[in-house]
Design a protein around this ligand. Structure first.
Ligand code: UDP
Length: 151
């Protein structure tokens, strides 16, 4: 099933110059970039984005971190995009992430795990896309290799 998912290079990934590497992985896989912007998340957006974690002990550190520098917010589209991106990201804790995953290749610490991608709970990706992007900021187009990517 063709899906859209919300992906964000977190402030540590931007500062460490990993934007190109991360985009290349998704492009190479065949996923299609349909929206992207470099932006600063303010406190209100951070709290809304991570609302499910409001009561967690790490919530304040998490919102401080995610607002601490620019992030690259993106929307990627493709077959089973939500789950495929999660697999490519690796586990939440980079220490537990397999080599070959983004967190497993570029992170060591839970609080600096480089990338966010929507989880597979129904409605999560849609909610996050709407939180970060207006409809007119997302592009509908065909990639030239789609006929060779999909049967
Ligand atoms: N996080 C943390 N400590 C924890 C759990 C999570 O700092 O014990 C941070 C981590 O940056 C993670 C984010 O909170 O990416 C959101 O947590 P979630 O469980 O939603 O993981 P994700 O979906 O990012 O893998």
């Amino acid at each position: 099933m063709t899906e859209r998912t919300f992906v964000m290079v977190k402030p540590d990934g931007v500062q460490r110059g990993l934007i190109g590497e991360i985009i290349a992985r998704f492009e190479d896989r065949g996923l299609k970039l349909v929206g992207a912007k470099l932006m600063r998340i303010d406190q209100a957006l951070a709290e809304e984005h991570y609302a499910e974690h409001t009561d967690k002990p790490f919530f304040e550190d998490l919102t401080d971190f995610i607002t601490s520098g620019p992030v690259l917010a993106m929307v990627w589209e493709g077959q089973d995009a939500i789950a495929q991106v999660r697999t490519m990201m690796g586990a939440t804790d980079p220490a537990e992430s397999a080599p070959g995953t983004i967190r497993g290749d570029f992170g060591l610490d839970m609080g600096r795990n480089v990338i966010h991608g929507s989880d597979t709970e129904p409605g999560s990706a849609e909610r996050e896309i709407e939180l970060f992007f207006d409809e007119e900021e997302l592009e509908d187009y065909e990639r030239i290799d789609e006929a060779w990517l999909y049967e």
